[in-house]
Ligand binder design. Structure first.
Ligand SMILES: Nc1ncnc2c1ncn2[C@@H]1O[C@H](COP(=O)(O)OP(=O)(O)OP(=O)(O)O)[C@@H](O)[C@H]1O
Length: 323
C-alpha cells in the first residue's frame, strides 16, 4: 500500500538547511495499522505530507495506494484520506453540507455525495449533529467530523496525524473505538502519528520510530520492547551495603550498564524478568543478601526510545496520557 525509498525533505530557513526527513524507506502492506512515533520535530508530519502529496520530496520516491506521489499525485489523492492536525471542515456550512461538499470535490454526483455524507454521518455517529455548524461541536465530535471528511470517498488508506491529541481521555477512547470499528468494516490501511505511546502500544500492529528525520526502529511493539528495552527487575534490600552486593550480583544476570542502584533499590534490565527473578533471588540468598521487596516490570515504548536514543519521548509530552 505504501512503498517509499530514500524519501527526503529539506527546508531552507534564512540560508540554513534543515534536513527534516533523511532517506526514509518504508513498506506498508494493505490492511496494516501502523503508528509512526517520534518526538516533536522528528519529521513525522513532513513524511506524512510527502506521502499524501501535500509536499514534494527533495529526493526519493514513493508509491502510495498504487500511484506515484511525483508523477500521479491526483491518483494518490483519489485513493487516500488524510486527516491533518487542523480541522478539515470549514465553519460556514452545516455538518452534512460540509460532507456533501467534500464528496462533490471528489467528483461524486449530488445524489452520490449526499449518500456518502449520510453513510459517514451514520458510521461516526454524527447523524444527530448533521444540521449543526462545525464550530458548535465538542472537541471529540469535531474530531469525528474530521475523520468523516477523510472517509467520504471511501479511501483504501487513511492517514491520521495525531487523531486523539488535545482530547480528554474519554473522547480519546471514543475516537479509537471508531477508528478500530471503521478499520474492521472497511478493511482500510491506517497510518497514524501519535504522541501517546500507550495508544500506539495497544492499538497498532506495527510501530515505526523516527528521530532526526530517520527511522530508528520498526516492528511490533512487543518485538521492539523485547529486543531493545527488555524487562526490569527491581529489588530493595534492608541497607545500602546489601544493595551494593545485590547490584554486583545483578551484573551476572544483566549487562553491567543495565544495572542501576538508588539507595537500597537495585534495578536491572533483563530479557525475561519472570525467568530471571527467581534465579536472581537464589543468587542473592547465596550471597547472604535478603531482599525486602522484589518486583518485575514490562518495558514501555518509552523505554524503547530511551534505549535507542538516550532520551525519553515523554520529555515532549505536555499532557498525561490515559492509563
Ligand atoms: N515549512 C517548514 N519550513 C521550515 N522548517 C520546517 C517546515 N516544516 C517542518 N520544518 C522543520 O522540519 C523538522 C521536522 O518537522 P515535522 O513537523 O515533520 O516534525 P514532527 O515530527 O511532525 O513534529 P510534531 O510532533 O511537533 O508535529 C522540524 O525541525 C521542523 O521545524
Amino acid at each position: 500500500m505504501i512503498h517509499a525509498r530514500k524519501l527526503s525533505r529539506n527546508f531552507t530557513v534564512k540560508k540554513e538547511t534543515i534536513e527534516a526527513v533523511r532517506g526514509v524507506d518504508i513498506d506498508v502492506p494493505a490492511g496494516q495499522l501502523i503508528a509512526f512515533l517520534g518526538p516533536n520535530g522528528a519529521g513525522k508530519s513532513t513524511t506524512l505530507r510527502m506521502l499524501t502529496t501535500l509536499l514534494p520530496p527533495t529526493a526519493g520516491t514513493a508509491t502510495v495506494a498504487g500511484a506515484d506521489i511525483a508523477t500521479d499525485p491526483a491518483g494518490v489523492r483519489a485513493r487516500i484520506g488524510y486527516v491533518g492536525q487542523k480541522n478539515s471542515a470549514g465553519e460556514d456550512y452545516r455538518v452534512r453540507d460540509e460532507l456533501v461538499a467534500q464528496g462533490r470535490s471528489y467528483g461524486f454526483t449530488w445524489a452520490g455525495a449526499r449518500r456518502r455524507a449520510d453513510e459517514v454521518l451514520d458510521r461516526l455517529e454524527l447523524a444527530p449533529f448533521a444540521k449543526r455548524k462545525p464550530g458548535t461541536l465538542s472537541g471529540g465530535q469535531r474530531r469525528r467530523l474530521d475523520i468523516a471528511m477523510g472517509l467520504v470517498h471511501r479511501p483504501d488508506l487513511l492517514f491520521l496525524d495525531e487523531p486523539s491529541t488535545g482530547l480528554d481521555p474519554q473522547s480519546r477512547a471514543d475516537i479509537w473505538a471508531h477508528i478500530l470499528r471503521l478499520r474492521g468494516e472497511y478493511g482500510m490501511t491506517l497510518f497514524l502519528t501519535t504522541h501517546y505511546l500507550e495508544e500506539a502500544d495497544r492499538m497498532a500492529e506495527r510501530v515505526v520510530v523516527i528521530d532526526h528525520g530517520q527511522i530508528i526502529a520498526d516492528g511490533t511493539a512487543e518485538q521492539l520492547k523485547q529486543d531493545l528495552a527488555g524487562d526490569h527487575i527491581t529489588v530493595t534490600t534492608h541497607d545500602e551495603a546489601d544493595a551494593a552486593t545485590a547490584a554486583e550480583v545483578a551484573a551476572r544476570f544483566a549487562r553491567p550498564d543495565a544495572v542501576s542502584r538508588d539507595g537500597t533499590a537495585v534495578r536491572a534490565r533483563v530479557p525475561h524478568a519472570t525467568a530471571a527473578l527467581p534465579e536472581y533471588l537464589r543468587a542473592l540468598d547465596e550471597a547472604g543478601v535478603k531482599a525486602a521487596t522484589a518486583d518485575t516490570e514490562r518495558p514501555t515504548l518509552d523505554d524503547v526510545f530511551l534505549a535507542l536514543t538516550g532520551r525519553s519521548l515523554r520529555e515532549n509530552d505536555t499532557e498525561t496520557p490515559a492509563a
